[in-house]
Design a protein around this ligand. Structure first.
Ligand code: AMP
Ligand code: GLY
Length: 427
């Protein structure tokens, strides 16, 4: 029987905690910092997810058997290195390997070196050089801050002028601080986006069902970019043939690269893909579970998550058969008023319990706090409401039926999660 520590406090971590608590191998789960919703299923610890020294102290004192890290920042800052040095078992890449997410120029260089298909790009060391490089990029381009910027450091630019302006904000105005000391300009790829996550023990990749996120705030992909407003899995776009193509052209060279660079990557790898007419290309690596993709992928997992994570940590993934349900899951994110710019806090959230009772429904709490024994909004993305069903339509109907039972002042959500895929399926 194991004691497990989950690091993080969003909807993704709630889904992880719920999947882990279904395991026969688990005795106790802590979540740092967790949230008011997670507190009903795990013991929340008041330690921030990027406070590595205090997390380490806690894990040692409580004799934690396995630590699972949700967000990117502690991984990029070397949590895994510190835990391993202290003899603690942990799922996640080391600091060196986490640069695949922590630095876009580093990720692009890795892709170039190992032949992983991706957009053409140039690395920009300073603004002056950038303006010069841009003269060679006349039409649309994509400008990216090199470092972590909470999903906001990327802009698809329609013109040279727009690209120059964003590059100025990133490199001269430093709107993302040091994350913009370097930038990347890349070719704008056309196609549909998909996410493929995989368990990775450094030698083997075991794919999870492909999913699709909805990044824009408003229906029909309008409004500002967000952390993600909804998702579904499996994504019908990723046919078995395409999946085989992704494994041959992306998984294989990725593993080869890990080995050639001696990266210790025992964790979760997230491939953000563009399915172009020339085949799948990598937009980005994340070195962790996606949010909200996790809230649609984990409800489909039939195998024991703890056993898989142990196999990842002990490099035994090749011997494991992971079972996935044939159902579909679809999640709708409910966000606070003012999200993403400045979410309103402290609004009473009603109806969670009633919604969660629905057949084939999972409600995951993200920005949920407690005030006077009531649940209140405490962050941008407040809840992820997942419907699970034997068809795409059933999953979607169940999710939206559950959403209708929940309310808080200023609640924002998209009405069109999965709408395009439904349309494509009915054709
Ligand atoms: P990233 O964080 O690099 O995945 O970028 C965030 C979002 O920007 C992606 O999900 C895409 O919607 C968009 N994006 C990034 N790179 C490109 C590209 N080369 N071509 C088109 N869209 C892109
Ligand atoms: N849903 C996108 C991410 O987790 O980065």
């Amino acid at each position: 029987m194991m004691n497990i520590l989950v690091v993080g406090g969003g909807g993704r971590e709630h889904a992880l905690v719920r999947a882990l608590s279904a395991s026969k191998k688990v005795k106790k789960i802590w979540c740092a910092p967790g949230n008011a919703g997670i507190a009903a299923e795990a013991e929340c610890v008041a330690v921030k997810s990027d406070d590595i020294p205090r997390l380490l102290k806690f894990a040692r004192e409580k004799k934690v058997d396995l630590t699972l890290v949700g967000p990117e920042s502690p991984l990029v800052n070397g949590l895994v290195d510190h835990f391993r040095r202290a003899g603690l078992k942990v799922v996640g890449p080391t600091r060196a390997a986490a640069r695949l997410e922590g630095s876009k120029s580093f990720a692009k260089e890795f892709m170039r070196k190992y032949g992983i298909p991706t957009a053409r790009c140039e690395v920009i060391p300073n603004f002056r050089k950038g303006t010069y490089v841009l003269t060679r990029w006349p039409g649309r381009s994509v400008v990216k801050a090199d470092g972590l910027a909470a999903g906001k450091g990327v802009k698809v630019c329609e013109s040279q002028a727009e690209a120059k302006e964003f590059l100025y904000d990133v490199m001269e105005k430093e709107i993302f601080g040091g994350a913009g000391d370097t930038a990347v300009i890349e070719e704008c790829l056309e196609g549909q986006e998909a996410t493929v996550m995989a368990f990775c023990d450094g030698k083997t990749l075991a794919a999870m069902p492909a999913s699709q996120d909805h990044k824009r705030l408003l229906d029909n992909d309008r409004g500002p970019n967000t952390g993600g407003m909804g998702a579904y899995a499996p994504a019908p776009l990723i046919t078995p043939d395409l999946q085989a193509d992704i494994e041959a052209t992306i998984f294989k060279p990725f593993l080869k690269g890990l080995q050639a660079e001696s990266f210790d990557f025992r964790g979760i790898i997230y491939f953000g893909l563009m399915i172009t007419p020339q085949g799948p290309k990598v937009l980005e690596f994340n070195v962790r579970f996606g949010d909200p993709e996790t809230q649609v992928v984990l409800p489909l997992l039939e195998s024991d998550l703890t056993e898989i994570l142990l196999a990842v940590a002990e490099q035994r993934l090749s011997g494991l058969r992971i079972r996935w349900s044939k159902q579909t899951a679809l999640t709708v994110v409910l966000a606070a008023a003012g999200y993403p710019a400045g979410p309103e806090r402290g609004r009473t959230v009603k109806g969670i319990r009633g919604a969660a009772k629905g057949e084939g429904v999972q409600v995951y709490c993200a920005g949920v706090g407690e005030q006077k024994k009531q649940w209140v909004t405490a962050g941008g993305r407040v809840l992820a409401v997942t419907g699970i069903g034997s068809s795409f339509k059933e999953a979607r109907d169940r999710a939206y039926k559950a959403v209708a039972k929940i309310s808080f002042s200023g609640m924002q959500y998209r009405r069109d999660i999965g709408a395009k895929a439904m349309e494509a399926l009915s054709r």
